[in-house]
Structure formats: C-alpha cells, structure tokens
Ligand binder design. Structure first.
Ligand SMILES: Cc1cc2nc3c(=O)[nH]c(=O)nc-3n(C[C@H](O)[C@H](O)[C@H](O)COP(=O)(O)O)c2cc1C
Length: 259
C-alpha cells in the first residue's frame, strides 16, 4: 500500500514512498513531513501541535516551544510568536503578553503599497523603492513620504524640494529589487529603465499603475530621527493602468515562496 505523508505546517497529504522535496501548498521541505501511520493519530499531530512564526522571515515551526534559532534567518527564539488559530479576539489577559516580537507582528499587519520615489538634483536623477507613502488630506491634496537620511533620494528631495511617485504593478517585483537593493551612489538606476520626465523634472516610470508629482512643504516636513518625513502638495497625477498595484504583503509572500 502507498505510504501517506502529512505536512506538519499546512496538513497537505502526499502519497509516495518518500515525502516530497517541497510541499506544493506551503513550500516547506521534506523534513516537515511525517509518515501517517494507520493507527489513530497521537495528540501531537499537526492539528494539536503549537505553531510558532518567526517574525523576521515568516518561517513556521511546529512544536511545544519555539526553536532556539530560526533555521531560515538565524534569529533567536525571542523573535517567534505563537500562532493561535483558536483565539480570534483579544482578552484582558492577552494584552499583558505584549513583547518585541508581538509588536513586530502587529506592525506587519499594517497595509502598505510599494512605490518608486524619484527626484532630481543639479540635473541628475535618482529613485528608490519605498513603502512609506500615504495620502494625508484631500483638500489640499497632500501626501507624506518617509525617507532614510542615508539615501541618495533623500539628498535629492532635500535639495530640490520636488519628488515623483510611481505606483508599481503586482508584476513589477523586479523594480523593488532594482530600486530598493542598490543605491544611486554606486549605480545609475535609470539607465536601463524607460521613464518620462514630469513637470517638476523628476523621472516617472513609463510602466506603472499611476504616478503622482509633488512639491515638498519645508515648514511641514519633520525630522523623525533616522528618516525625514517629507510632507508635500500634489501638483499632478494620473492612472496609467487598471492592473492591481503591488502591495507590501504580496511582495513578502512572493519572497517567501521563492525561499
Ligand atoms: C520593499 C522595500 C521597501 C522600502 N521602503 C523604504 C521606505 O519606505 N523608506 C526608505 O527610506 N527606504 C526604503 N527602502 C530602502 C531603499 O529603497 C534603499 O535603501 C535604496 O537602496 C535607497 O536608494 P538610494 O540611495 O539610491 O536613494 C525600501 C526597500 C525595500 C526593498
């Protein structure tokens, strides 16, 4: 009779002599599969075992306690949070359990889009990936963008007081890597990317869901430590495509699938 293997993480059942190399549902390796015996399941089955999530890389560990070290990203057990399928609402007791890892998980539930923020300085152009873009008010039409002071884009926005936002499509994760994993200090990021020059002189990705151009309001812009929160008034913008915009969550899910 063909052996049956169950995935400890998602419960997927595989039939074969060996467990699969990769779970087709949740992507974990063969070490997360256990052989299903014909005898009744022990209480330590996937259904009753606790599930712990690494808040840094989303790795799921099944067991009574979190692992000492995350096998994927190497952080310690203090970064793991217990995933509870049963508790759907908070209790007074659960409020007492907040720690650094639970805060991190809570922050991860805040929704973001992903954008290319671009600017100019002395006729030079540059852009970076950013998730911290938000509309603040409708009238006047005002946005905020939070940029790290170390970034070249920050230097350009500070100098020129203008910026453009290109809203990425779901299929543009390569743009996140191109603009988010390297600095304009070491590479001219726009050489191989088709772009148009907007009214304020900032480059706008030709391929995008929408663009927005804005002028920074220096008196409303705030130094927030490592970053500057630029507050800017929108002077132009248009939708280019009806395709779905890229969200931070979707990007992270694709990244985890590729692991
Ligand atoms: C998914 C993602 C989101 C990011 N969000 C921001 C952000 O909101 N603010 C920021 O300053 N940097 C953010 N970054 C980092 C910058 O994109 C990165 O440091 C970039 O290389 C800076 O480029 P520059 O030096 O050419 O300006 C993000 C990177 C990624 C991959």
């Amino acid at each position: 009779m063909m052996k049956k293997w169950v995935c400890n993480v998602c419960g997927y059942i595989h039939e074969g002599e060996q467990p699969p190399d990769v779970c087709p549902v949740c992507g974990v390796g063969p070490e997360e599969f256990r052989l299903l015996e014909d005898k009744p399941e022990k209480p330590t089955s996937a259904k009753s075992a606790k599930r712990w999530k690494c808040t840094v890389c989303d790795y799921i560990h099944v067991g009574d306690a979190p692992p000492d070290v995350c096998p994927l990203c190497g952080v310690g057990k203090e970064y793991f949070v217990l995933l509870s399928d049963e508790i759907a609402s908070l209790t007074r007791e659960s409020l007492a359990n907040s720690n650094a890892a639970t805060v991190r998980s809570a922050l991860d539930t805040i929704s973001y889009g992903l954008y290319i923020v671009s600017s100019i300085k002395d006729n030079k152009i540059n852009g970076q990936c950013a998730n911290t873009v938000a509309q603040l008010t409708i009238e006047p039409c005002r946005i905020a963008v939070c940029l790290n002071k170390r970034n070249l884009t920050h230097e350009y926005v500070m100098a020129s007081g203008v910026l453009a936002i290109s809203v990425l499509r779901e299929d543009q994760i390569d743009m996140v890597r191109h603009f988010g994993f390297q600095s304009g200090r070491t590479k001219d990021k726009f050489t191989e990317i088709p772009y148009l020059t907007g009214r304020l002189g900032c480059p706008i990705l030709q391929d995008c869901v929408a663009y927005i151009e804005a002028k920074v309001l220096p008196d409303k812009t705030v130094d927030v430590g490592t970053h500057t929160l630029f507050v800017a008034d929108v002077i132009a913008g248009q939708v280019a495509s009806k395709l779905a915009p890229l969200t931070y969550r979707f990007y992270q899910e694709q990244k985890n699938k590729a692991k």
